[in-house]
Design a protein around this ligand. Structure first.
Ligand SMILES: Cc1cc2nc3c(=O)[nH]c(=O)nc-3n(C[C@H](O)[C@H](O)[C@H](O)COP(=O)(O)O)c2cc1C
Length: 140
């Protein structure tokens, strides 16, 4: 099966509570499971960073919906490319609050502010993959 990954960053339009995030994730996970999508979402300093992976048509359809979502703005595509296999195969949409458990410290990025707009694609992917690994440990 052909697979692609899409990584983007965006800014929240209004502050979101944990309840709002849980609600967003509930919807995202049931939709993604139906569509064969997996990925990882993180947020901090009012920014989101998300990786979505799966069949190109499903990824494209979801990205079109995400672009229209009024909960965020300034959606900036960091990368879109074919991948040989999934990085986040166990996550219908993993979530990790940026800065938790030293994720900032290990990423080698500035500690004071989460600024995914200034990340390279490789930095963004490495950070999300690192978060997913920590979650595997946390739930093992
Ligand atoms: C930061 C962010 C990440 C999102 N991630 C997903 C996702 O992974 N899967 C999903 O189905 N919806 C996700 N959504 C929600 C979609 O934007 C959209 O609200 C949802 O798919 C319903 O679309 P519809 O209202 O056009 O039917 C996300 C929204 C935001 C703001």
């Amino acid at each position: 099966m052909k697979l692609v990954e899409l990584i983007y960053t965006s800014r929240m339009t209004a502050p979101m509570s944990m309840t709002d995030i849980v609600h967003l994730l509930d919807g995202a996970r049931s939709h993604n499971t139906r569509e064969g999508l997996t990925g990882m979402l993180t947020f901090g300093s009012e920014s989101f960073l998300q990786a979505i992976e799966g069949p190109p048509d499903a990824v494209n359809r979801l990205y079109a919906r995400i672009l229209r979502d009024p909960r965020h703005t300034r959606v900036m595509l960091l990368g879109y490319r074919p991948i040989p296999h999934r990085r986040f195969s166990t996550w219908a949409m993993g979530f990790y609050a940026y800065g938790l458990d030293g994720s900032l410290a290990r990423s080698g990025l500035p500690h004071d502010r989460f600024d995914p707009e200034s990340m390279s694609l490789d930095q963004a992917v490495a950070l999300l993959a690192d978060m997913a690994t920590q979650m595997e440990f946390a739930t093992a």
